[in-house]
Design a binder for this molecule. Structure first.
Ligand code: SF4
Length: 333
């Protein structure tokens, strides 16, 4: 279903119908008080203001703003913004996501260049690029991703690049275009456990998303793969552990687990706030399952601390590869 304008009455009607269709409980059903561990400071720093000004100057959209991310004050104070390419309007309507749904604008051909300029000005060691879903485009936006990577490689060759892509469902052959551009990290979020897909992520398929990440690794094993889920949507602990096993079967290097927050009363309600102790439990279990990198905490998001986590993941891979090398022969024996 496409929606033309977010301000129209028909939009409100569509949203209510969509909520019914997706079986999203309405706001009166449940409103849990937010626990202390999820309270964050208001964004006021000069770094935040500078990042904000640069994004507007370069006409860039960010998922930090569109998704109302709670970490924006911290990330932007350090110049860490996650740019959202391919416009600000998504062709899907996931029950957890605050990004506007409708008929997207034409792709801005200047966007890869503007993005590369912003990356250079911010002096980033590591950049994360994401996008809306563009089911309306024949290639799903794959060539635009590839061009964005190529521009950044030219203008900021020392910056490592992480992409967080849509699922390219029904866009066969286009994943390869993105992989060929050789991002350092290929991230695609699974978002939730398979049982909740129909309600939370109706336009996607759990095993399609898993296979996408598996395929990235098969095409180019040097690229790190990453994926994450939100908890607090109604999943069980056992289901989270099963997702971890599925990730390992798909050879995914890095798992992120964070608390789901309801962006507006129209979105899926929070089922529960997972405690910091439970997050620590998930983190411990994930390490035992063999991931190269794990981030599990209430405020974890795919791009939260992505630069530092990338450096740790690269070091960890190097350490594991070194440990697999045969020990040098001992001449004294
Ligand atoms: S966690 Fe990611 S989306 Fe949120 S503010 Fe930081 S960079 Fe932006």
């Amino acid at each position: 279903m496409y929606i033309a304008s977010r301000n129209s009455r028909s939009l409100q009607f569509c949203e209510i119908v969509m909520a019914d269709l997706l079986d999203i409980p309405q706001p009166a059903d449940k409103k849990l008080p937010k626990p202390d561990w999820l309270r964050v400071r208001a964004p006021v720093s000069q770094g935040y203001k500078d990042t904000h000004a640069l994004m507007r100057q370069q006409s860039l959209h960010t998922v930090c703003e569109e998704a109302a991310c709670p970490n924006i004050g911290e990330c932007w104070s350090k110049g860490h913004a996650t740019v959202m390419i391919l416009g600000d309007t998504c062709t899907r309507a996931c029950a957890f996501c605050n990004i506007k749904t409708g008929v997207p604008n034409k792709v801005d051909p200047e966007e890869p260049h503007n993005l590369a300029v912003a990356v250079g000005k911010l002096g980033l060691k590591h950049v994360v690029i994401t996008s809306v879903d563009r089911d309306d485009l024949e290639d799903g936006g794959a060539n635009h991703f590839a061009r964005s990577i190529e521009y950044i490689r030219t203008t900021a060759p020392d910056t490592t690049i992480e992409i967080l892509t849509p699922d390219f469902r029904r866009k066969d052959g286009n994943l390869e275009i993105v992989v060929k551009a050789r991002p350092d990290v290929f991230n695609h979020n699974i978002e939730t456990v398979p049982r909740l897909y129909q309600r939370i992520r109706p336009g996607a398929r759990y095993f399609h998303s898993l296979n996408l990440l598996k395929k990235v690794k098969e095409i180019d094993p040097s690229i790190f793969t990453k994926s994450g889920i939100m908890v607090g949507l109604g999943e069980t602990k056992e289901e989270v552990l099963q997702v971890m096993d599925d990730f390992r079967s798909a050879d995914i290097d890095f798992i992120t687990i964070g608390q789901y927050l309801q962006p507006t009363p129209r979105h899926a309600p929070v089922d529960r706030y997972v405690t910091p102790d439970e997050f620590r439990y998930y983190e411990r279990v994930a390490w035992t399952k063999g991931f190269t990198m794990v981030s599990a905490s209430p405020l974890t998001r795919s791009s939260y601390h992505a630069d530092a986590d990338f450096a740790r993941m690269r070091d960890e891979r190097a350490r594991r590869l070194a440990a697999q090398q045969p020990a040098p022969a001992n001449d004294n024996c």
